[in-house]
Design a protein around this ligand. Structure first.
Ligand SMILES: Cc1ncc(COP(=O)(O)O)c(C=O)c1O
Length: 361
């Protein structure tokens, strides 16, 4: 079964086998070696300087990293503007609400690009905003939001930027070199090809002294401090870390981020072109989508469940649209150990499932 959902991903055999290493107590030096290697390799993905940046590991899924980042980095007295053009942007607003962090949402239609002029106007109209949060790759629609444009707006106004890169870290460029970026949240089981259960925040070290400890388990400040001291406050997901480190070694050997981007781009384009030949079109122009995932309009006469189940019986798991989009679109991610031959077989599956009248040869 090949997983074409946006994580958990289809594992390589090498990563799968890495789970079978010796049992390890997370208070032993071998575990701290593993933790150190994971942290160093995460910074190497974007060639970040470890004296400037800290990779903080969290046992928990991607949302745990996002929550840890938001809860820690908007200080008491700060105010967060949340860029929302999909489900994950809206989730950040829920997190901010839960922690009673002063915030406002810049709501967009889920299909729309971020209106940068509107963000600038909102920041200018209310000088109390200290932070902006954004989803880099809004997995709801596959849209890659314009980080550089947003960072420029934040930089000009002295506002700090917090980025959810859960579904883009490792495959898309991230504006780490922009001084306004304070933190980026990611997960092991997406573009890095690890297993679910570990996530991380790449945080600018200079942002930590101002950070607050609103949460106990997800406290970024304590996690960063203890991990720097080769320690951990709680039982870490040891086997998940084994897999994350092996996936990061494989990532490097395969050519790093540029190679992964190029591979995803080729697979996404192959799927796009093949589906277009069959009369199925992306909901966004390819230039606005990430290379990680594309959303497509459901063809007339083919309900999602029939498509999903038909492809599943042929060995592929695709992904439904979220919320109100579930009736109109479906999503395909080529973010894993998928090959061009797999995409060809997938396209053949579409040919077999499409009602005769909706196929456009
Ligand atoms: C952009 C983004 N943020 C957050 C999440 C949530 O991750 P998790 O379900 O691992 O907590 C996802 C999951 O797909 C995502 O794509």
């Amino acid at each position: 079964m090949l997983l074409l959902n946006p994580g958990p991903v289809t594992l390589t055999e090498r990563v799968r086998h890495s789970l079978l290493q010796p049992d390890l107590c997370d208070c032993e030096s071998e575990f701290y070696d593993l933790q150190d290697e994971a942290r160093e390799r995460l910074l190497e993905v974007y060639a970040l300087d470890p004296t400037q940046w800290s990779a903080v590991l969290i046992t928990g899924s991607g949302t745990a990293a996002v929550e840890s980042m938001i809860a820690a980095l908007v200080p008491d007295g700060g105010k967060l503007l949340i860029v929302e053009n999909g489900m994950y942007g809206e989730r950040i607003a829920q997190i901010a609400g839960q922690y009673r962090i002063a915030h406002e949402g810049a709501r967009h239609d889920w299909m729309d690009a971020v209106d940068l002029q509107r963000i600038a106007a909102l920041l200018d109209a209310d000088g109390t905003f200290t932070h902006v949060a954004v989803i880099h790759h809004e997995t709801t629609t596959g849209r890659l939001n314009d980080l550089e444009g947003l960072a420029a707006i934040c930089r000009e106004r002295g506002v700090r930027l917090l980025i959810n890169s859960v579904s883009s870290f490792g495959a898309e460029a991230i504006a780490f070199d922009d001084d306004c970026v304070d933190a980026v949240a990611g997960a092991a089981n997406k573009c890095l090809h690890g297993v679910p259960g570990a996530s991380f925040v790449i945080v600018r070290r200079s942002a930590l002294p101002q950070a607050t400890s609103r949460t106990y388990y997800l406290d970024l400040v304590r996690l960063a401090r203890l991990q720097d001291q080769r320690n951990t406050p709680f039982t870490a997901a040891v086997h998940v870390y084994y897999a994350m480190v092996e996936a990061l070694r494989e990532f490097e050997e395969e050519g790093g981020r540029e190679a992964r981007h190029a591979r995803y781009a080729a697979l996404a384009e192959q799927a796009r072109a093949g589906l277009a030949e069959r009369g199925i079109h992306g909901v966004l122009p390819a230039g606005q989508s990430s290379v990680v995932l594309r959303a497509y309009s459901l063809p007339p006469g083919l309900a999602y469940l029939r498509l999903h189940d038909g492809l599943k019986s042929r060995g592929f798991v695709i992904y439904a649209g979220q919320g109100g989009l579930s009736a109109t679109l479906f999503r395909i991610s080529t973010m894993d150990a998928v090959t061009g031959a797999d995409v060809e077989r997938l396209l053949q599956g579409f040919t077999e499932l499409l009602p005769a009248e909706s196929a456009h040869p």
